[in-house]
Design a protein around this ligand. Structure first.
Ligand code: CU
Length: 151
């Protein structure tokens, strides 16, 4: 185990204690953060790790700082990074799904304010379980210029 992994785990545990106190027991959201926006910028991205004890699907996301939030994937096609909107994001039981720079992310459109490092953004995530029941989880994510930990 190298130092950066140990740091990541320590950071994740810290966030579990601070950020996840209100999370539903079946779904744990950790490492949530939103990227600070440049002045005049209308879009931004948010990242987090999602893990569900049961098969679940993220079907919708909302934020107090954005008019619209979309689930995006990012893939390399012919040396070009392409973002694609996903209608939903599957969360297989027990498997952590990481939204992180260069990969899956929440895309925030129509920012209501510029996102300043040090501020916070709220998100409401809507989940559906395999049995048809649904669940909402509200989180508060810090706004940062970049990830605080390395992968
Ligand atoms: Cu995007």
């Amino acid at each position: 185990m190298n130092m950066s992994i140990i740091r990541s785990i320590g950071f994740a545990l810290l966030l579990l204690v601070t950020a996840c106190a209100r999370a539903d027991s079946d779904i744990v959201i950790s490492n949530a953060w939103a990227r600070a926006s440049a002045p005049g910028q209308q879009v931004a991205a948010a990242y987090m790790s999602l893990q569900s004890k049961r098969d679940a699907t993220l079907v919708k996301a909302e934020s107090n700082v954005a008019g619209t939030v979309e689930i995006h994937s990012m893939t390399m096609e012919n040396d070009v990074m392409k973002m694609r909107m996903m209608d939903e994001l599957p969360l297989p039981a027990g498997k952590a799904v990481h939204l992180e720079p260069g990969g899956l992310h929440l895309m925030l459109f129509d920012l209501k304010q510029s996102l300043q490092a040090g501020d916070k953004a709220e998100f409401t995530l809507h989940f559906k379980y395999a049995d048809g029941t649904s669940n909402q989880v509200r989180i508060v994510a810090p706004i940062r210029n970049r990830a605080d930990h390395a992968h």
